[in-house]
Design a protein around this ligand. Structure first.
Ligand code: PSU
Ligand code: MN
Length: 322
């Protein structure tokens, strides 16, 4: 190419994050209105059809009712969508072999034109690229039981350590080693806040025996923690753990028996890697005869409502009208 005029391929490439914002999300972000990111592995790998699609639509409505714009994040044919149309949601929920996308998979899926659901880690990455600070989900990944031997530790935990997004969840399922998950988060500098509780919620149950280091009682307090961390330049996320509503709770002991059974099944069938969590979720659904799904939907809705309230409190503190 020396001496010749540069061809189109030699032109400098303007790098911008390869994400597509829906019109509603773009407008909300531009006018500094509250936005809440929502993940999609829960749609592709966490719940069966058609409940997955109904849940996805329901939480978007809940978010709007809480005066925040929902931004459901997923990949369709290699395009990272931040905010999805009804038609796109339906395509995702029906996708034949969707990928389960964590940090490690995002670049591959983008390059190869794949479709899939984003886990907590990948959703945090895309939310941060879009400038969304609050994200609501059901449960996060964590240190698996026997994780000290298998090294099966969810990429969600390291993502919380490095990406500045606040994640609202209902704690973690007892398929995980809860105390080791808390230890790992502490080591990596991730604040874990109990929302109106002193104990780590255990997904279907409001409480586990493990105490949390910090507690917040209002969305405004959580927004204040986020802003304080920004002023300190700390980077990294905040994990808010929000207990399932009392009416929807399943006692810890009831689920513990089913969890043991599901774990034994996974061991017998030698399930490994990223297949472990979806396998356990689907076994538990069968073993609980659908009871776990009703509770799961109730807690996701509860988390989205809190996420919306935090996003509103944050917008208010930043001095814009929510
Ligand atoms: N836990 C749940 N429901 C879920 C997940 C976890 O109770 O749907 C999903 C989330 O998307 C989470 C992912 O980010 O599983 C974690 O997968 P892994 O354990 O392979 O990191
Ligand atoms: Mn894993």
């Amino acid at each position: 190419m020396n001496g010749s005029s540069p061809s189109l391929a030699d032109q400098p490439t303007t790098l911008s994050p390869p994400i597509t914002l829906s019109r509603d999300v773009a407008e909300a972000l531009q006018s500094h209105r509250p936005v809440v990111a929502l993940e999609s592995t829960i749609i592709t790998h966490g719940m069966p059809f058609p409940q997955n699609l109904e849940m996805a639509r329901q939480v978007e409505a809940d978010c709007r009712a809480g005066n925040a714009e929902p931004a459901t994040i997923a990949l369709l044919d290699g395009e990272i969508l931040v905010g999805m149309s009804a038609e796109q949601l339906e395509r995702l929920a029906n996708a034949p072999a969707p990928m389960k996308l964590s940090r490690a998979d995002l670049g591959f899926a983008l390059a190869m034109g794949r479709s899939g659901g984003t886990t907590v880690s990948a959703t945090m990455i895309c939310a941060a690229l879009a400038g969304i600070e609050v994200f609501a989900t059901g449960g996060i990944g964590g240190v698996h039981r026997d994780g000290q031997d298998s090294l099966d530790i969810s990429a969600d935990l390291d993502e919380l350590a490095r990406t500045a997004v606040t994640v609202v969840c209902a704690g973690a399922k007892a398929i995980l080693d809860l105390p080791r998950t808390l230890e790992y988060l502490e080591t990596r500098g991730v604040p874990v806040l109990g929302y109106q509780t002193d104990h780590l919620p255990a997904f279907w149950s409001r409480e586990s025996p493990w105490r949390l280091p910090m507690r917040a009682d209002t969305p405004a307090q959580i927004a204040a923690v986020m802003l304080a961390r920004q002023r300190l330049g700390l980077g990294g996320g905040v994990l808010v753990t929000n207990p399932i509503p009392a009416d929807d709770e399943i006692p810890y002991e009831t689920m513990a028996i089913l969890v043991e059974e599901a774990l034994q099944d996974a061991k017998r069938q030698r399930v490994e890697g990223k297949a472990v969590t979806p396998f356990l979720l689907s076994r538990l659904l069968t073993l609980s005869e659908g009871q776990s799904l009703t509770a799961n939907i109730a807690l996701v809705r509860n988390n989205v409502r809190l996420g919306a309230a935090i996003a509103c409190a944050l917008a208010e503190k930043k001095g814009s009208t929510p």
